[in-house]
Design a protein around this ligand. Structure first.
Ligand SMILES: NC(=O)c1ccc[n+]([C@@H]2O[C@H](COP(=O)([O-])OP(=O)(O)OC[C@H]3O[C@@H](n4cnc5c(N)ncnc54)[C@H](O)[C@@H]3O)[C@@H](O)[C@H]2O)c1
Length: 273
């Protein structure tokens, strides 16, 4: 079979966008044919100030949206209507009505859409999933602590759509249990969440912006084992590259790997929006 490179665009060339540009440049079956950002011009790649200019100049297969969260929905919908497969950084959007519009646009235009839940490609997460025998083990306790310094440039979302969104997805993904109720307790720069799961267990999330040093800790107790996990211990692996490669494989071969689809994201975002 002929080796074809997918044509990629990165929309938003800030912090996360530049990470995506770096990893895509190392992936052999894609080439970046455009970077869109009204304020940043990236060396070595064709730069565009807006998506119209990109689309009138290039035929692209997929785009990664790494713009401020409040802009995701409008950009995503425009790309979907132009038949472009997309990876949208988390959170998908900031309003429920936009989530519904994205789902109907996807149904109408049939493109592939995934959400950038990078923790699903964290080797620590992959490892614990491979160790739990879901047929005979039940997760009776699951708590996540994620602390980080508040990032000044992120002004469009609160702690829920910035930090907790990762952890709701992780709990849903690792436990393989539906979340049936979500109680949130806010205080300044802190959010504690109690989740009632389909198996009637209570799982918890603690997020705060107090810590200068990022901490991402998982404590899982099953009916057979206990796992104390540190998501910062990823060695030389590169979860972002693994995620972006998985997205490309999903486009070419329909292989889902650990990717988060729009409906997976809906199952957790409905408790945050
Ligand atoms: N998966 C993760 O772990 C993770 C980590 C950090 C950020 N993020 C997400 O990535 C997104 C971007 O965050 P960031 O930290 O890179 O922000 P950032 O401010 O560093 O970058 C955003 C960039 O988008 C550009 N931009 C704004 N409007 C645009 C538009 N209409 N078209 C094209 N470009 C536009 C801005 O000029 C800026 O360069 C956010 O949604 C954030 O939640 C995800």
């Amino acid at each position: 079979m002929a080796f074809t490179k997918l044509k990629a665009a990165v929309v938003g060339a800030g912090k996360m966008g530049s990470y995506h540009i770096n990893v895509l440049s190392e992936i052999s079956n894609c080439e970046i044919v455009g970077v869109v950002d009204p304020y940043i011009e990236v060396q070595n790649y064709p730069s565009y100030k807006n998506i119209d200019d990109l689309l009138s100049d290039q035929d692209i297969d997929f785009a990664i949206i790494a713009t401020p969260s409040i802009t995701h929905a409008e950009i995503a919908e425009y790309l979907i209507k132009n038949g472009v497969h997309i990876l949208i950084e988390k959170p998908v959007c900031t309003e429920m009505k936009d989530f519904h519009s994205l789902i109907s646009a996807q149904n109408e235009y049939g493109v592939k859409i995934v959400v950038g839940h990078i923790e699903r490609f964290n080797p620590v997460v992959r490892d614990v999933i491979s160790r739990i025998n879901y047929d005979v083990e039940e997760i009776i306790h699951f708590s996540i602590t994620r602390k980080s310094e508040k990032v000044k440039r992120i002004k469009d979302v609160g702690i829920d759509l910035d930090l907790s969104v990762h952890d709701l997805d992780l709990i849903n993904f690792i436990s393989n249990q539906e979340i049936v109720k979500c109680d949130k307790f806010y205080s300044q720069d802190q959010l504690d969440i109690m989740l009632r799961m389909k198996n009637d267990r209570l799982y918890t999330i603690h997020n705060n912006y107090f810590s200068k040093k990022a901490k991402r800790l998982l404590d899982i107790i099953t009916t057979k084992n206990e796992y104390n996990l540190n998501l910062m211990h990823i060695g030389n692996s590169n979860p972002l590259k693994d995620q972006d490669q998985a997205f490309i494989n999903y486009i070419t071969d329909d292989n889902l790997d650990n990717l988060c689809l729009l409906n997976n994201s809906f199952n957790t975002m409905k408790f945050l929006l």
